[in-house]
Design a protein around this ligand. Structure first.
Ligand SMILES: [Zn+2]
Length: 242
């Protein structure tokens, strides 16, 4: 079992990397789950400075959103995290983000399909939660769970994205890939029709097989950049595939 110390530290690192990459800011939160203790650690809510978060600032809560210590409760959309953590043993980490490019797919009436080989981890598609509302109660959390089902990510209409993974490394990598593929689709559309990677091609590429290694290497790379980030917007930031 990962210790509280390790989980808090990884959660803070992951969130600061998202901040460095411009993928989290005023809005958005990230969580990690300790199934043995049914305990969620989540980043503080709206307005907290995600780029400077430290391990001790993470908010521990139970699966009903009750804070387990301190004055501060979890962000209002905590049911996103608790619904997925409680139901999916493969989703020990969850990020809810309003990223600039992937969120476009929650606005444009266009289905997300991978356009790069890296994007093949999304070969099963990214479903759309159809209600334009915040996920602020358990009923909405359950409705979201039905839509994401066993998928890696879900789009929230007019709102943002949710990415689930077996650890924070995987959630970071999958979120970076989703954002990168969404950005490249948008850019390629300026040149004409956008080609996508078919399900068959995705399977042949075997992105899932190497996912753990890729996720760990991306984590090492971005954690290293983050460690020398000067906390100013757009410094230290690096494209996933420059
Ligand atoms: Zn939101």
């Amino acid at each position: 079992m990962a210790t509280e110390y390790e989980l808090r530290g990884q959660l803070a690192t992951c969130t600061r990397i998202f901040a460095m990459q411009g993928m989290i800011g005023v809005f958005g939160h990230v969580s990690v789950y300790q199934p043995e203790l049914k305990r969620v650690f989540i980043t503080p809510g709206m307005g907290s400075d995600k780029g400077s978060l430290r391990a001790e600032e993470m908010v521990p809560c139970d699966l009903t959103g009750k804070a387990l210590e301190g004055e501060q409760g979890p962000p209002v959309e905590w049911p996103i995290h608790t619904a997925i953590h409680a139901a999916r043993p493969d989703a020990l980490a969850v990020a809810h983000l309003h990223t600039p490019y992937a969120t476009l797919y929650a606005i444009a009436k266009r289905k997300f399909q991978p356009v790069t080989l890296q994007g093949a981890i999304f070969s099963e598609g990214v479903p759309l939660y159809p209600e334009a509302q915040l996920i602020t109660n358990p009923a909405r959390g359950e409705a979201l769970l039905k839509v994401i089902a066993d998928k890696r990510a879900v789009l929230l209409r007019g709102h943002g994205i949710v990415v689930a993974g077996k650890n924070l490394q995987e959630v970071l990598y999958a979120s970076l890939v989703l954002e990168d593929d969404a950005k490249k689709s948008w850019q390629a559309a300026a040149l004409g029709e956008v080609g996508t990677i078919s399900d068959e091609e995705c399977r042949a590429f075997g992105a899932e097989i190497a996912l753990e290694r890729r996720a760990q290497r991306a984590w090492n790379y971005f954690a290293s950049l983050e460690a020398r980030w000067d906390r100013q917007p757009a410094t230290g930031r690096s494209e996933l595939f420059p």
